[in-house]
Design a protein around this ligand. Sequence first.
Ligand SMILES: [Zn+2]
Length: 84
Amino acid sequence: MTASETREPWYAWCFSCGQMHRFVSGDETVNGAWCGGAWVRIGTGAERDCLAAKQVRFGMARFLNELPLDVQAEIDKEWEARHG
Ligand SMILES: [Zn+2]
């Protein structure tokens, strides 16, 4: 299966909202993403696969304060990169 270059859906776990967000290509920018929270891009494909990938990477943590401090710092950095 070849993914279209444009408007391909992808998933990000949001540690501000405590849930998975579904974005489409182009949403990476501040103006494009509909959530300004602390989300981390997980990947494309089926939502359940992305949920599994999230749990491998972040465990059962739903919110930022449930993560180790170094991981929180990484996510903060990603947030700052998006918001300049
Ligand atoms: Zn969110």
